[in-house]
Design a protein around this ligand. Sequence first.
Ligand code: GDP
Length: 351
Amino acid sequence: MAFWKRKQQEIISLGLNRAATPEEERIVREEAEGSDDQARFYDRFKKAVSSTRENLAGRIDSIFAGKRELDADVLDHLEEALIGADIGVQTSLEIIDSARQQIERKQLNDVDELKKLIKSELRGILEGAARSRKAGTVASESEVPLEIRPYVMMIVGVNGVGKTTTIGKLAHRIKSEGNQVMVCAADTFRAAANDQLAIWAERSGVPLIQQKPGTDPSAVLFDALAAARARNIDVLIVDTAGRLHTKANLMQELEKMRRVAGREVAGAPHEVLLIIDAVTGQNGLEQARQFTRAVPITGLVLTKLDGTAKGGIVIAIAKELNVPIRYVGIGEQMNDLVEFSPEAYIDGLFG
Ligand code: GDP
């Protein structure tokens, strides 16, 4: 029983879980359905998207209030509500077009069916992105083969998006799932970033490899890889610089780090997570476009989902970048990082 309980928690928290076989995972997942942990997970998601829910679902409800007929007026208002939640103009238009066609063909007859259509279209976009995997990358930490050690996660993103905080939360989470974790402070450009990272590393009780400000980030990474191997570390989380205004240099630096990682550990970096601040909405999307052009991103982390009423940006990002959203930040505390679930997100928005 203890094994199942522990496994259940691991699956619910969904971090690095090397021990379970796919069959074990399936059984545990099925057992987890309807459990308290599952309910708590959905609850946290719901709380995190409460402002967006009020913004989007609240508006949709007022559009539909007292309406039975699906007329052009309803669709126009609906389009505005979707765009207003930052779902993106293109996506919103596509959803409305699809609704219009279905109404014409009499496949959609009332407000409830229209609501169902919106939910399933949005969910489809998120699930499509979740399925997309870049060739040669490890798409999920729960599928990490045991022989990969250290598993190298590079964390990239613009300053201020919550990179340091996310690294702290990730380190804590992966460690609490029974792995040896190490953090590499390769943002040598901002001395303050290193100090912050040191605080988070101490908080989560993981070793930090750092050098003096100005050191070549690839040299810090090289040291960290050697230290990780020497100490038999399971997961190395690598912070990187995020000064986008010197974009060309930054991208060269990231490329060099990728080369160093790959030379020292086969297949590394196994994961390149791009951190995006949900509050910055369409700006965040623009940053993401620039990063994805320069570095092969394997997954996204969307921070500060709790701090925006425009959480629809999740959809816009998934649709445009077609990269899986792996985690979302839902607060400033250590435990405020959850695995992204399209189902929990859509339920949180409309449920
Ligand atoms: P960095 O410059 O990218 O390393 O950003 P930091 O990690 O220093 O975070 C910037 C600010 O965002 C800090 O005040 C964090 O507490 C805050 N922050 C980070 N993630 C979240 C989140 O998921 N929710 C909320 N509400 N705040 C967050």
